[in-house]
Ligand binder design. Structure first.
Ligand code: F6P
Length: 506
């Protein structure tokens, strides 16, 4: 850690932490400063960070930290296609999928999108026979993004009924088989590497299912979404149904590429294009806004304050919108696989905690299950609330009014608390932070912007912690051991040996 970075952290640690209500009382301009509206293609999004402990002094000190860690240069390196993934020596070009970044990468992404668009039109027009269902097989980044977006936006009727299968547990694939007619089902095999055990095993079983159900040419019903087209050809997919994407697009950032095939197939290409446009608008904000005016960076300031200075080990995400029920799962991979690291860019041990555990749920359900701990538990958990002003349902408007009232009430209650001198069990300590992201409407463009906001927030956190968010070596060891078990002959610890014997695998 350089002297200037160390000095910035020392300054941050020395700042006082008044209670949240005191921060409002001291500064009448607080709301204007910390609740910012961003106008986007699909409507505005309000990012209200005023119920966090960010204040003028802390914003200034964090801006100093961002300067000391070279935030602007690292952001430029990301957006210009430099090899920001230093351990693997490659760029991280997800923004190029949205038209923002290195010209060559943007052109290549546009070419691959045109190819995907062509295949989607062909499917819609019946070139592969009648297609009513899609079984999309992928895992991690090859599943979580499509699952989130399809679940959020295809509720009012999808052009194709999409089932996303990730787990190797056969129960997952069997569930999809039960819901689909093999005669009208397309299979998408989504894998950046086209080697992932779970995906390839599920893909083989899906082919067998088509074959057993008298589909004449099972391979003719398979589409491959991959950065390894050669492996897809070798596996048997016809070249015309392979939708490639660039190696420099990370798995957890890949829903904008051909991994987004189910999104575009279910919603139609115009909606997919709007989804990309919304993300591009957030990219432009992230590229152009400076210091604490940069919303993903501002969010990262608060994240760093709670993780590194207040010692919070988790961060909660609660969507007050049923359509976003899969958002916490999506953010778990994005944040924990990116920033769950122990070494800095130099390979030295980090000087403080890195990513907290991201968890969450959907409001109001979570209020009746886990919010007790948020209000009165001993863990301090910074919380994000996410909601849309426009309802997603057509029922009595009372539903949406009560939903939003509850969302805002939780933030107010966490902050204010309530003293009770006579009865500690009924006292609320308050001073518990929350941020609120309020969309005018949830639609393809605003959802694209919301996801891109979180990508950039994750990156900004990584810059402030001086770590590489783009590798994920931590997932490899377990995979290796599972393969050794499959192969047989290796010796493990006594507990693992006993478990294997109990399950009849030894
Ligand atoms: O094991 C983790 C991981 O590599 C993720 O980063 C990735 O999203 C997922 O597996 C799936 O990988 P692939 O798309 O190559 O099948």
């Amino acid at each position: 850690m350089s002297e200037s970075v160390k000095a910035a952290w020392d300054e941050l640690r020395a700042l006082p932490s008044p209670r949240l209500e005191a921060l409002f009382a001291q500064d009448t301009g607080r709301l204007d400063r910390l609740a910012s509206k961003l106008e986007l293609p699909g409507g505005a999004i309000l990012f209200d960070w005023s119920k966090t402990h960010l204040d003028e002094a802390r914003l200034a000190a964090f801006t100093g930290l961002a300067e000391a860690t070279g935030f602007a240069a690292r952001r430029d390196a990301l957006l210009s296609g430099e090899a920001v993934n230093t351990t693997e020596g490659r760029a991280a070009e997800h923004t190029a999928q949205r038209g923002v970044g290195d010209e060559q990468a943007v052109d290549e992404a546009a070419m691959f999108h045109a190819r995907m668009h062509g295949l989607i039109e062909a499917v819609h027009q019946g070139a592969l026979g009648e297609i009513k269902h899609l079984i999309h097989i992928g895992i991690g980044g090859s599943a979580l993004g499509p699952a989130l977006v399809v679940d959020a936006l295809a509720r009012d009727g999808a052009m194709v009924d999409v089932h996303i299968v990730s787990n190797i547990d056969g129960c997952a694939l069997e569930g999809a088989f039960e819901a689909c007619d093999p005669a009208t089902t397309l299979i998408a095999v989504a894998s950046k590497t086209f080697t992932t055990t779970e995906t390839m095993t599920n893909a083989s079983s899906a082919l067998a299912w088509l074959r057993e159900n008298s589909v004449d040419d099972p391979y003719g019903r398979v589409v491959a979404l991959t950065a390894n087209p050669d492996a897809a050809v070798e596996w048997g997919v016809d070249e015309t149904r392979i939708l490639p994407f660039a190696e420099s697009v990370g798995g957890r950032y890949s829903l904008w590429s051909s991994i987004g095939f189910p999104i575009a197939l279910a919603l139609g290409w115009p909606d997919f294009a709007e989804f990309l446009d919304g993300a591009a608008a957030m990219d432009a904000h992230f590229r152009d806004a400076d210091g604490a005016d940069n919303l993903p960076l501002r969010a990262a300031f608060a994240d760093q304050y709670y993780t590194r200075i207040r010692g919070c080990q988790t961060r909660g995400v609660f969507a007050y919108d049923e359509r976003l029920r899969l958002l916490p799962d999506y953010l778990q991979q994005l944040e924990m696989e990116s920033n769950g690291k122990s070494v800095t860019l130099d390979g030295a041990p980090v000087d403080g905690p890195t990513a907290p555990i991201t968890w969450g749920g959907v409001g109001t359900d979570a209020q009746h299950a886990v919010f007790q701990l948020l209000h009165q538990g001993t863990n301090l958990v910074p919380v994000d609330f996410i909601a849309s002003i426009a309802p997603g349902d057509a029922l009595d408007p009372a539903h949406h009014r009560i939903l939003l009232s509850n969302c805002f009430a939780q933030g107010a209650a966490l902050m204010a608390g309530r003293a009770n001198a006579d009865d500690g069990a009924r006292a609320y300590p308050g001073d518990r932070p929350s941020s609120t992201i309020l969309l005018d409407d949830l639609n393809p463009a605003t959802l694209g912007a919301l996801i891109a906001f979180h990508e950039h927030r994750t990156f900004a956190n990584a810059v402030l912690m001086e770590i590489n968010p783009f590798d994920q070596f931590g997932v490899e060891l377990g995979k290796e051991i599972a393969k050794q078990i499959e192969k047989g002959g290796a010796q493990f610890d006594a507990s693992t040996e006993a478990l294997l014997a109990a399950a009849g695998i030894a």
